[in-house]
Write a protein that binds this ligand. Structure first.
Ligand SMILES: Cc1cc2nc3c(=O)[nH]c(=O)nc-3n(C[C@H](O)[C@H](O)[C@H](O)COP(=O)(O)OP(=O)(O)OC[C@H]3O[C@@H](n4cnc5c(N)ncnc54)[C@H](O)[C@@H]3O)c2cc1C
Length: 416
């Protein structure tokens, strides 16, 4: 079934009785060419690009819960490509270009909205750092504008410009950045992969790997053993636990990241704003809720819920930036499990086990990377060579000293 405006109109005329489930519910086969562990955004995108770009269709995505139950359905939906370093910026700009064509590629409304992101600066030193970042962004065509205080005031006159401690002096604006509906992205990739023959198997937890003579032969699951020529692991915050089943210890820590949404309000913020003097960022959802977040919880955890000290910290940041947020009522908060790498950048690489591949270390910025991550991981799985935009994302870079020391990724576990 192809989605289109005409289709919506036709279904409306016949009581919406013609819609079908977005993907099948197949039983696992005994053997696949490729198994992807993890039905989050990255796993589903990988399966889609394996089928679409490389013609590899005997693929299964194994998800221990329900599709979208992980971070793909928990994030604050921000997409951007405002990175600094050569190892990162081309990758995230590639992702942004894929976002720009995504809805046509997967024939699904993922509500990609290029409403812009504004990173505020509060000191001359921070302005200079943002100017450098903006110049790096121009090198890949990402686009960036350095705004002074007057320009920011024209956009958001109600921000707290006179804050004695953190006066707003200006901001770095990327107009092509914005938001996308996170669960729509998961559903869209799932449907598009399913249409190309990929088996999406929910409630199927990988509990071990079958490894013989240093080569992966398949996986053990709660639904039996499933054979595979290649296995790609994309389980985000569960990466250390899953890879430990293959005897590997990762340079990754798992932390909780919380997010918040207020009651629906009239249109107030038409883009994404990040506070530069504390950890707080905010946008407004299409339903009107202010969606915001901040720092990770400062200790390791596998619980998908956070604690009050960070709630207080995030709300303090919000009050410092925009005091009027204090009058909004908080509707709910939630949390996800972040796979924090030790340099804040991801890993897309082979592992010491032949046929076993790893996609991890997204810290709290992996949603924006979903299309490029899936594309690059599919490229690696299909060709055994890294995609040109992901050559720096090696698993051994920590041992070799080639870390990608990107400050723009936000919180890093080595700072806690
Ligand atoms: C509160 C919050 C806000 C965020 N905001 C942003 C943002 O604004 N912008 C941005 O770019 N990023 C953001 N992120 C980060 C982003 O969501 C993640 O980096 C990204 O979604 C991780 O990739 P994924 O979608 O594949 O992960 P997930 O959706 O977590 O997928 C991993 C899947 O693996 C499954 N799994 C785990 N173990 C097993 C097993 N043994 N067998 C089978 N399946 C298994 C899990 O159930 C899960 O569904 C945010 C994250 C959170 C939590």
């Amino acid at each position: 079934m192809k989605f289109s405006g005409f289709r919506v109109f036709a279904e409306a005329l016949r009581g919406h009785k013609g819609w079908k489930p977005l993907w099948r519910d197949p039983a696992p086969q005994s053997e696949y060419d490729v198994i992807i562990v993890g039905g989050g955004g990255h796993g589903l995108a990988t399966a889609f690009y394996l089928a679409e770009v490389h013609g590899i269709r005997k693929v299964a995505v194994l998800e221990k819960g329900w599709l979208g139950s992980g971070n793909i359905g928990r994030n604050t939906t921000i997409i951007r490509s405002n990175y600094l370093l050569p190892g990162n910026q081309p990758f995230y700009e590639f992702s942004m270009k894929l976002w720009e064509g995504l809805e046509q590629a997967i024939n699904f409304n993922a509500m990609v909205s290029q409403r812009g992101i504004l990173n505020l600066y509060h000191s001359d030193g921070q302005r200079d750092a943002y100017r450098r970042r903006g110049n790096a962004m121009h090198l890949t065509g990402a686009g960036a504008e350095l705004l002074d205080q007057d320009a920011v005031r024209r956009m958001y006159p109600w921000l707290n410009f006179e804050n004695a401690r953190f006066p707003i002096k200006g901001g770095l604006l990327q107009r092509r950045a914005g938001t996308a509906r996170h669960d729509g992205v998961a559903w869209g990739y799932a449907r598009a992969a399913d249409l190309r023959g990929v088996d999406i198997i929910q409630n199927c937890e990988v509990t071990g790997f079958r490894i013989e003579n240093g080569r992966v032969q398949g996986v053990e699951t709660n639904r039996g053993t499933i054979g595979a020529k290649k296995v790609g692991v994309a389980v985000a915050g569960s990466s250390s636990r899953v890879m430990a089943q293959a005897g590997l210890r990762l340079p990754i820590e798992s932390h909780v990241l919380q997010a918040f949404v207020t009651e629906g309000l009239k249109p107030a913020i038409d883009g994404v704003i990040t506070f530069g003097a504390g950890h707080f960022y905010v946008s407004q959802s299409d339903k009107g809720g202010l969606v915001f977040g901040g720092d990770i919880d400062g200790y390791n955890s596998y619980a998908q819920r956070g604690n009050l000290p960070v709630v207080e910290d995030v709300l303090e940041g919000g009050m410092a930036l925009m005091p009027r947020i204090g009058r909004a009522r908080l509707l709910r908060s939630w949390a996800g499990l972040m796979d924090m790498s030790m340099d804040g950048s991801p890993i897309i690489d082979r592992t010491p086990v032949d046929g076993l591949y790893l996609n991890a270390g997204w810290c709290y910025g992996g949603f924006k990377a979903t299309p490029a991550s899936g594309y690059a991981f599919a490229h690696l799985l299909a060709t055994d060579t890294p995609h040109e935009t992901a050559t720096a994302y090696r698993l051994d870079r920590f041992a070799r000293g080639y870390v990608i020391d990107e400050k723009g990724v936000g919180a890093q576990p080595n700072l806690h």
